[in-house]
Design a protein around this ligand. Structure first.
Ligand SMILES: Cc1cc2nc3c(=O)[nH]c(=O)nc-3n(C[C@H](O)[C@H](O)[C@H](O)COP(=O)(O)OP(=O)(O)OC[C@H]3O[C@@H](n4cnc5c(N)ncnc54)[C@H](O)[C@@H]3O)c2cc1C
Length: 553
């Protein structure tokens, strides 16, 4: 965008939007205007952001808004170029952190022509590449390969695992991490000469002054992107055993025999299944009544059944009261509904969520307000309670995903430099849990939709109706669609399937751009793919798909 001088951005204040459908209607109306490339609207912020050719006029945009039945209050036009107003500091933008949100912010700022200082206290690249998405998914894929070796569903095909040199696998994972860190972070920086990286710790001091490795540094605009770290619950005795978090678990070079996993959400289940497939005896302890408690109940029930069938032990509503060293490892005292028992393990993996990295940052000294979990509070433009200071990524709290981090980093940098033109639009955030089968979802659960009082229609399609699952001899899973009876729009989609992560994007796009279930049911979906599951699930709102022939329209 910064390369193309013929483009402009507009921040447009609009009256009359009351819901996400209004925002969608406004976006559509803007896209009809010749020369408009992208439009994002937020009804909460009463604002739209439009990227357009320089010849698009305010009158064209006004006409679009009024044609859609809303009122354009004000339109601010900016050439997406930072003009480097008189600086008190050597840098136009200081970015705290060196992970995905920080990089996205720094890159967008550099594209806009700004001088940027990126301050990272640890390893460049942050969580995703070093200790999160990349290492976990690399080892999960390996665990899946190990599992498949001994669990092939095809008649007459036999295979056997000849051996597992886990240390070699971990070395390969480390090499992948190092190469991606270089390719996607260090080498990328070289392409942006106006970004300076400093390996140092940043903190606010009295009066909100910024200190970088103890040295006072002036700044005018900032993006805080300091991420999050594992949260460890205050369980008596836990500090006395050398427990693992996901970071240490992914760095182990030797496998324990028995592993207790505290937490039955995404990270606990992904790593729990992974270790189980490498031969570790895994017990998952979840304090809430079901695993993946944020997901639709049908999903939690199905996944639990598949994981238990593979040999994982799962206890829900299980409260760990105490942890202590015992002769053969670690003892965990667990209570469920008044019944107490003891579990022994060699190691404990604490996977009870992540909390923003704000402790010790001195945000209060800078007048930057945080929430109960330390998450930085921001407005619709990602500006904190201190003018000129924005925040992005995991430091904002949930949802903590790398694509959200990158998106918010971009938006924060743009607003910091160009003014508050672009509201953050996070209406449909797809989520994936990389178990096998995987879980992927977008939008509301059935329970949530019903709580909101909207008349809903629900269909659940077992994967055994999907030809792709049948030829794979893997009918595990389901697709559940939650639909508004009035508008026939999707309110939520919940998938359990081997390739759920690849399937959810269709639902996500449909929800983002207002494609209804009848259009999805009628759209051509290639036979014989998992994507047909979405079409069939939408069809099953009206029809019994068991009575349809293959790829019936
Ligand atoms: C095991 C695991 C698996 C995951 N898998 C996925 C996945 O598959 N898909 C997905 O979308 N997301 C996944 N995530 C989440 C994803 O990794 C994060 O959402 C994302 O990396 C957050 O990026 P960020 O830039 O906000 O923070 P980070 O990447 O954590 O970057 C913050 C950086 O700030 C630095 N920092 C902190 N304080 C200071 C300070 N005072 N001064 C200077 N620097 C500081 C830190 O050292 C860190 O490098 C996973 C996370 C984990 C833990």
């Amino acid at each position: 965008m910064g390369e193309n001088r013929a483009l402009v951005v507009w921040g447009i204040r609009i009256d009359g939007m009351t819901c996400s459908h209004c925002a969608l209607a406004i976006e559509r109306a803007f896209r009809q205007v010749s020369g408009v490339l992208r439009a994002e609207a937020s009804f909460e912020a009463r604002q739209a952001w439009v990227l357009a050719g320089a010849d698009v006029k305010e009158a064209d945009l006004r006409q679009a808004v009024e044609g859609a039945g809303y009122k354009l209050v004000r339109a601010d036009r900016r050439v997406p170029k930072w003009e480097g107003q008189a600086r008190r500091s050597q840098f136009d933008l200081v970015v705290l952190g060196g992970g995905s949100a920080a990089f996205a912010a720094a890159i967008r700022a550099a594209e806009l022509g700004a001088q940027v200082l990126l301050v990272e206290r640890g390893t460049i690249g942050g969580t995703c590449v070093n200790v999160g998405c990349i290492p976990s998914k690399a080892l999960l894929r390996a665990a899946e390969a190990v599992h498949r070796c001994e669990h092939l569903p095809f008649a007459g095909v036999q295979a056997r695992l000849e051996g597992l040199a886990y240390d070699k696998l971990v070395r390969q994972k480390n090499e992948l991490v190092a190469s991606l860190r270089k390719a996607k972070y260090l080498d990328v920086l070289a392409a942006y000469p106006t970004v300076e990286l400093r390996n140092a710790e940043a903190k606010f001091g009295n009066g909100g002054a910024l200190y970088i490795d103890g040295e006072r540094t002036t700044f005018e605009r900032m993006v805080i992107a300091t991420g999050a770290q594992p949260w460890v619950p205050p369980i008596p005795g836990l500090d006395g055993v050398s427990y693992l978090t996901s970071t240490e678990a992914l760095a182990l070079t030797e496998l324990p025999h028995r592993l207790a996993v505290l937490g039955g959400s995404a990270v606990g289940l992904e790593l729990g299944q992974m270790f189980s497939r490498f031969g570790v005896e895994v017990t998952v302890l979840e304090v809430l009544p079901r695993i993946l408690p944020q997901e639709d109940e049908a999903v939690s029930t199905a996944l639990r059944q598949y994981l238990e069938a593979e040999g994982l032990t799962i206890h829900t509503s299980a409260q760990v009261q105490r942890v202590e060293r015992v002769r053969n490892g670690v003892g965990l005292s667990v209570v469920r509904e008044g019944t107490a028992w003891q579990i022994e393990a060699d190691q404990v993996l604490v996977a009870t969520g992540r909390r923003p990295n704000t402790t010790g940052l001195g945000l209060d000294l800078a007048g930057i307000v945080t929430g109960p979990r330390g998450e930085v509070q921001v407005d619709a433009f990602l500006q904190t309670s201190r003018e000129g200071v924005y925040a992005a990524g995991d430091v904002l709290g949930d949802p903590m995903f790398v694509y959200v981090a990158a998106y918010t980093g971009t938006v924060a940098a743009e607003n910091a430099l160009l003014g508050n033109l672009r509201p953050v639009v996070l209406g449909t955030v797809p989520r994936v849990t990389f178990t096998d089968p995987a879980v992927a979802s977008v939008g509301m659960t059935e329970t949530r939709a019903r709580e909101l009082g909207e008349p809903v229609a629900v269909a659940t399609l077992p994967l055994e109706h999907v030809p792709r699952a049948l030829v794979s001899h893997d009918p595990r899973g389901l697709v559940k669609v939650v639909v508004s009876r009035d508008s026939r729009q999707l309110l939520g989609v919940h998938i359990v399937a081997a390739e759920a992560g690849e399937m959810i994007q269709e639902a996500s796009m449909a929800m983002r751009f207002g494609i209804g279930v009848d259009e999805l049911a009628a759209a051509l979906h290639p036979y014989l793919t998992y994507s047909e599951a979405m079409k069939l699930a939408c069809q099953s709102l009206e029809k019994d798909v068991a009575k349809l022939s293959c790829c019936a329209a």
